[in-house]
Write a protein that binds this ligand. Structure first.
Ligand code: FAD
Length: 420
């Protein structure tokens, strides 16, 4: 069976494909967290917004991910401040650190049923060299007053139920949710606020029409002043060269049957969500029915069953030998958008067009928070946008990404096994 969340998520609010011609202030393309959050925050402030999604809200990575609400960016706070510079760097660190709270507060305010838990995120290190990096992250966040602590090997074993780790960061700002319920809840809230959300509507063209933009689909078109491109790892050739600014990395997840108490007693007794430090990250959590949901890099193909991703099942059994006899019921995959510098990117390639993508595996919190910031920017809020707005820079030799991603994963696995 494929995506578990199709069985466990809250019901979707039905949407109809776009039909005929209409006008709007803003058209959002893509119905994941980025697009839904932008549409929601615009509609709540009285903007006429139309969201067009090729399949249905949450169809992309937003309805398939690990459900980990992680604080921060890929890079440590000091690095972000150095790379971005000045007050803006400090502002971005604060923004990314507060992104999980933004998500949990939004869920509470809108009453979205999605099994949200502020249970804390653990970043666990298997190799002594990674422990040093984790210590650095702890020290840098602690210096900024974040609720983080270092877990020594005994403490991380108590938290995870496995003795495989040499140390970890516990960050109490993070947590978990059912990702598809969350996406569907955002869609419902956006519609209630007045946004027109159309599933089954792939955008096939964006054209200038005088001062406006004309957005074409097979079943209709919309004329608008502002376009938001929120297609992340599923970016196609819609806007010239945008797809060449991100590499679609394939992630895969496996889930067990609801586990008996005898097994879960020793599995994640700390109740946190966990991701491993290293280049090729493994992440896991228990869901509300006490299924283990564990993910990592996937093959570049459609994944239908857990048997398609044996490396993940093997890895899980290595962490907890007690899983030897349990049944794996679901396996699925999705596409993450990675950028060359591992920062999310925001571009304004033409007047009235904005694109936001490339969360590098941290889009649950950052996609939602940046969606709200995009709404602010479109409404000409005077606050500075949290990320620098950059020119689109196609990644060199982008056409070779299937080869380079495979090579990078292989190199990453070797580096991780050696603790480099
Ligand atoms: C397996 C996996 C595990 C992950 N785990 C985590 C995690 O635990 N924590 C975390 O923070 N992040 C995680 N991520 C990343 C996270 O899911 C993404 O960063 C986030 O969902 C991106 O949201 P988005 O709205 O930008 O893009 P998406 O949710 O991918 O949405 C893009 C949408 O655009 C639509 N689209 C594309 N082209 C068109 C078009 N021409 N017309 C209309 N619609 C179009 C697509 O159909 C798609 O629905 C994971 C990702 C994957 C794949």
């Amino acid at each position: 069976m494929a995506n578990l969340y199709l069985e466990t998520a809250e019901r979707a609010e039905p949407t109809m494909p776009l039909a005929g011609e209409r006008k709007a202030d803003v058209v959002v393309i893509g119905g994941g967290y980025t697009g839904l959050s932008t549409a929601l925050h615009l509609a709540e402030r009285g903007t006429e917004v139309v969201l067009l999604e090729a399949y249905e809200p949450g169809w992309g990575a937003s309805g398939r991910n690990g459900g980990q609400v992680n604080p921060g960016l890929k890079h440590d706070p000091d690095t972000v401040e150095r790379d971005v510079g000045g007050e803006r760097g400090a502002g971005l660190v604060a923004f990314a650190g507060a992104a999980p709270a933004f998500v949990f507060d939004l869920i509470e305010r809108l009453g979205i049923p999605c099994d949200a838990r502020r249970c804390g995120t653990v970043r666990a290190a298997r190799h002594p060299k990674h422990v040093e990096r984790v210590r650095v992250t702890v020290e840098q966040w602690a210096r900024r007053g974040a609720p983080v602590e270092f877990l020594d090997p005994a403490a991380v074993a108590r938290a995870t139920g496995t003795a495989q780790y040499q140390g970890a960061l516990l960050d109490r700002r993070g947590g978990a949710l059912n990702p598809l319920s969350y996406a569907r809840g955002l869609a419902r809230a956006a519609m209630r606020a007045g946004a027109s959300v159309h599933g089954g509507t792939r955008v096939t063209g964006i054209e200038r029409n005088g001062a406006a933009w004309r957005i074409r689909t097979a079943s209709g078109q919309v004329s608008c002043a502002q376009v938001v491109l929120a297609t992340n790892g599923y970016t196609d050739s819609l806007w010239p060269k945008l797809s060449r600014t991100v590499v679609p990395v394939f992630g895969a997840i496996a889930a067990t049957e609801p586990l008996p108490a005898a097994v879960t007693r020793d599995l994640l007794p700390g109740g946190h969500v966990v991701y491993e430090s290293g280049t090729v990250t493994v992440y896991y959590r228990l869901d509300e029915q006490r299924r283990l949901i564990i993910g990592g890099r996937g093959p570049m193909q459609e994944i239908q069953t857990p048997a398609d991703i044996p490396h993940i099942l093997k890895y899980a059994r290595r962490l907890w030998p007690s899983l030897a006899e349990v049944r794996w019921t679901h396996g699925w995959g999705g596409r993450l958008g990675f950028t060359a510098d591992q920062y999310p990117h925001v571009h304004e390639p033409a007047d009235g067009v904005i694109a936001c993508l490339g969360y590098c595996g941290r889009g649950v919190a950052m996609g939602t928070a940046l969606g709200a910031a995009l709404a602010d920017r479109i409404l000409k809020d005077t606050r500075e946008f949290p990320l620098p707005i950059t020119a689109m820079k196609p990644i060199p030799f982008h056409g070779y990404w299937p080869i380079s991603v495979r090579a990078a994963i292989l190199a990453g696995r070797v580096a991780d096994s050696l603790g480099l």
